[in-house]
Write a protein of this length. Structure first.
Length: 50
C-alpha cells in the first residue's frame, strides 16, 4: 500500500515532490512510513520499490 504525492514544493527553478510510502516491517509486522523529496518523474519509481 502506498500513499500518493502529498505536496509539491517549488524552489527557485526546481520543482520537487514529497512522496510518502507505507512499508510493512518484516520483523514486527507493523507499518512504517518512508518519506522522500524528489523530482516528479521519479515518484512512480520510488513507489514501486520494495
Amino acid at each position: 500500500m502506498a500513499k500518493k504525492t502529498v505536496a509539491t514544493l517549488r524552489t527557485s527553478s526546481k520543482r520537487l515532490t514529497k512522496a510518502i510510502k507505507m512499508v510493512r516491517s518484516p520483523k514486527t509486522g507493523a507499518y512504517t512510513f518512508t518519506e522522500s523529496v524528489m523530482a516528479p518523474e521519479f515518484v512512480d519509481e520510488f513507489l514501486k520499490k520494495k
